[in-house]
Design a binder for this molecule. Structure first.
Ligand SMILES: Nc1ncnc2c1ncn2[C@@H]1O[C@H](COP(=O)(O)OP(=O)(O)OP(=O)(O)O)[C@@H](O)[C@H]1O
Length: 238
């Protein structure tokens, strides 16, 4: 399978604090890679580096055959590399629909934008019902849907999700993952961060365990199940 995203030896961090110490990962076309591991070990930093919010100190990022490591954030978005951040980061004083439309800020074709919006509403019918409501009045699950929907409005090819299950009730998590399954069936690729890998066993093709800015283990979901000791050591037996 050809790779949609590949990174080699990424080094990045905050000011004088390096966090990633040579991370290499690959996400195939239409594939799902999960980043797992305890808090504070660089998963979010890796997503921020890939989306361009944090500068790359060294290493190489290739997205869809293009050298993306020094591309501007908007160019990466245009190419379909989309980051759905932790905590949704919605514009709370704007309506659901205006939040979604913000995701299409680089698009100009009105017919295309209307089609993307219709696709998001088909995936998340609740958002259509609430399209004129302020984002501040949404439930946690609805906010997550808007965050993902906004990413889809940018015509995502690879969706990088930072803890999509964080703070949600089990039933709502199932609804979110059911929608992600549908998107996967439509050809989207994913890089998903979750602290608890149990949600990912059916969704991810491969899992990468991060510790102190390094990838310390990677394998298929089946291999992760067989490597109980590794997951237990790092994640306390999830
Ligand atoms: N804005 C920032 N400025 C300085 N240091 C930061 C900043 N954000 C994160 N860090 C530090 O970088 C390290 C890696 O954090 P990161 O958020 O990437 O970890 P994580 O594995 O995603 O965990 P979490 O799920 O808690 O976000 C941590 O030590 C954290 O304190």
């Amino acid at each position: 399978m050809t790779q949609l995203l590949s990174c080699e030896n990424l080094v990045s961090g905050y000011l004088n604090r390096p966090v990633l110490h040579g991370v290499s990962i690959e996400v195939p076309q239409q594939g799902v890679l999960a980043l797992i591991g305890p808090n504070g070990h660089g998963k979010t930093t890796l997503l921020r580096t890939l989306s361009g919010f944090l500068p790359l100190r060294s290493g190489k990022i290739t997205f869809d055959g293009q050298d993306a490591g020094r591309m501007a954030v908007n160019k990466r978005v245009e190419a379909g590399l989309i980051h759905v951040p932790q905590g949704d980061q919605l514009f709370t004083e704007m309506t659901v629909e205006d939040n979604l439309l913000m995701g299409a800020y680089l698009a100009s074709d009105k017919v295309e934008i209307a089609q993307r919006l219709a696709d998001v509403y088909q995936l998340f019918p609740k958002l259509k019902d609430r399209r004129n409501q302020l984002a501040s009045g949404l439930s946690g699950g609805e906010r997550r849907m808007v965050g993902i929907g906004r990413g889809l409005m940018a015509d995502a090819r690879l969706i990088m999700l930072d803890e999509p299950s964080l703070g949600l009730a089990p039933l709502v998590i199932e609804q979110i993952y059911a929608a992600l399954d549908q998107l996967r069936a439509r050809g989207k690729a994913f890089l998903v961060v979750e602290e608890n890998p149990s949600r990912l066993m059916h969704f991810a093709d491969r899992l990468c365990l991060m510790d102190a800015g390094h990838v310390v283990w990677q394998g298929s979901a089946a291999e992760a199940r067989d490597s109980g000791d590794i997951l237990k050591t790092y994640l306390g037996g999830h």
